[in-house]
Design a protein around this ligand. Structure first.
Ligand code: 4NP
Length: 168
């Protein structure tokens, strides 16, 4: 069966969505499921294209043993058919991706990542860019909840392919 393809989307693609990508990858690795998913992230804006994740977010993630491999890029219309699920961080990102998909028949299901939270009751992942270190930790707490919930929800619906032990 094909891999399930996920795209995480925020505004700049240097804080929240690369963190979501890294957190999700980290939990895939913990469960030996890297082969079952393709994971990427993008921004609705292009100001930071080509840049690694923000150093403050990389440091906060490293404190939890999480590596953020992303280089920023802007979302393109083709992504709507290249991915199965597009997970947005806030209302603006959601509206921007929905506007791109308007009038098209896209493959991707588009929704806020917070829909998968088990512990947090919030609609948006707050933008930590202009705030202090607490903001980055808070975003990671929220994304750990959302990403583990997302992984459990996707596994429960049976979409991804699970490798046999010999294929790992
Ligand atoms: P992100 O955070 O959307 O989580 O990557 C931001 C990064 C940069 C800017 C805004 C938000 N900016 O305005 O440059």
């Amino acid at each position: 069966m094909e891999r399930s393809r996920l795209l995480f989307v925020c505004l700049g693609n240097i804080c929240r969505s690369p963190a979501a990508e890294g957190v999700f990858l980290h939990h895939l690795q913990l469960r030996g499921l890297e082969q079952s998913f393709s994971v990427d992230s993008a921004g609705t804006g292009n100001w930071h294209a080509g840049q690694p994740a923000d150093a403050r977010m990389r440091a906060a993630a490293a404190g939890r043993g999480i590596h953020l491999p992303s280089r920023a890029r802007q979302i393109v219309v083709a992504d709507l058919d290249q991915f199965d699920h597009i997970l947005t961080m806030d209302d603006d990102n959601l509206a921007a991706v929905q506007a791109m998909s308007r009038g098209r028949r896209s493959r991707a299901q588009i929704r806020p990542i917070t829909q998968h939270c088990r512990l947090h009751r919030v609609r948006e992942v707050p933008d930590p860019y202009y705030g202090g270190a607490d903001g980055f930790e808070g975003v990671l707490d929220l994304l750990e909840d959302a990403c583990t919930g997302l992984l459990d929800d996707l596994l429960a619906t049976g979409t991804p392919w699970k490798p046999s032990p010999s294929e790992r």
